[in-house]
Design a protein around this ligand. Sequence first.
Ligand code: HEM
Length: 452
Amino acid sequence: MSVPTVPAYTEPVRPVPASRTPLLGNLPEFARDPLAFFTRLRDDHGDMVEWRLGRQRCLFLARPDHVGEVLAGAESTFVHAQMPPTFLQLHGEGMVNSSGDAWRRKRALVQPAIRPRQVRAYARTMAQCAEEFADGLKAGERLDIRRHMLKLTQRIAVRTLFGTDTAEQEATVGRTMEVAQREIGAELGGFASMVPSWVPTPGRLRLKAAITELDAEVLRLIKAHKQSAGEREDLISRLMTARDEQGRSLTDREVRDEAVTLYVAGHETTGTTLTWAWYLLSDHPEVLAKLAGEAREVFQDRFPDHDDYPRLTYTQQVIKETLRLYPPVWLVYAHATERSTVGGVRIPAGSRVYTSPWVTHRDPRWFPDPEEFRPERWTDAFDATLPAHAWFPFGGGPRACPGARFALVESVLVLATVARRFSLRVDPGEIPAKAALTLQPGREVPGTVVAA
Ligand code: HEM
């Protein structure tokens, strides 16, 4: 299959007509359905489009090379947008909320704890949690598939990141995180976001209580791990022994902030990916049968482990294709800190620049028949000719997702471990994608457990 090369960009920036309300700009269309809005920008106006969010000047980029330019400029020409206050409360000063030297230091200290060599150690826990999940399934049972996938990735995150020793600790971390994330989501999408941040709305009080309880538990865990740091293989222990160039370690509070950040960044994204994977597999029984066959052949009757990952090549293709069609991080955006250029076009300082894996991943120039779920397209030859950043579910440049390997190993091992014994058949019917903080199924995902 041949992939077209990116033509040189020659057209000028095309302004999109604002909506009828000059003060709102394109806000109404953007708020109504952002996925359709950005897709329309590309389809109707081209690869580089100026639009308005209220009075804010924004730029939307659809072409892989332009996306790459912006991502490469992260932490120099472009900076991440500020997180809302409720986010800051939960993440503290974790790396997602930092920039400049503070971000560089944290990233350098945290990244080694989730690099491929360390993910190897977490793989056993991932497979163990997936086996426990499969042990609890019964053929014919009805399930809320999304809720179960989120529970499963939550358990994996709690065990691998926080190194909980008891079911009680695991439950406390899981429950408080769930409350905190729910309240943050409700605030972002609701009227509470318009209430000044000092007003103690009921949701904010619940958030505060959950964070207080979470902090107490995590700080207890950190204290307990101090005695055995170096022997343990969980992330908190690794963070506690990490040293920067000056030989300084992270403080307990910094360890807490980074562990919480990794948890939030990693658990819902991976749980949602698995949910979309079951949805797509349910509609493509031939793909499911091939995947289950591969799992049985690779695992035989053994307990799955990290060495199986490279051999689960078809399952890897299924996950790549799932991330193409349903990228959990559907929007990646930044502010231009100074005057710069993208694709040779001048970008004024202060512009907001938006890129969307959803739009670029569904572009027929890079992915023939883009709406089709076709894991077979991911051959080595296709990968080799695909322009850089045509597939960018994990972002790119200096702020690319440091947990990409963790997420891929987890998704592949979980899917194959469960599929060896059962499939989770999502009930027939279309599930629309909803652009929330991450890309979510627009309704519940009910299904039935079917023995393999
Ligand atoms: C399918 C799962 C995942 C997807 C699609 C995903 C995607 C992304 C993307 C696109 C970014 C960059 C965002 C931006 O530039 O604005 C990002 C950042 C990040 N991700 Fe992931 N991620 C996933 C799983 C994980 C996991 C499992 C972890 C941790 C174990 C993780 C930790 C992080 C962190 C800490 C950042 C912030 C990096 C920084 O600020 O320098 N992610 N992720």
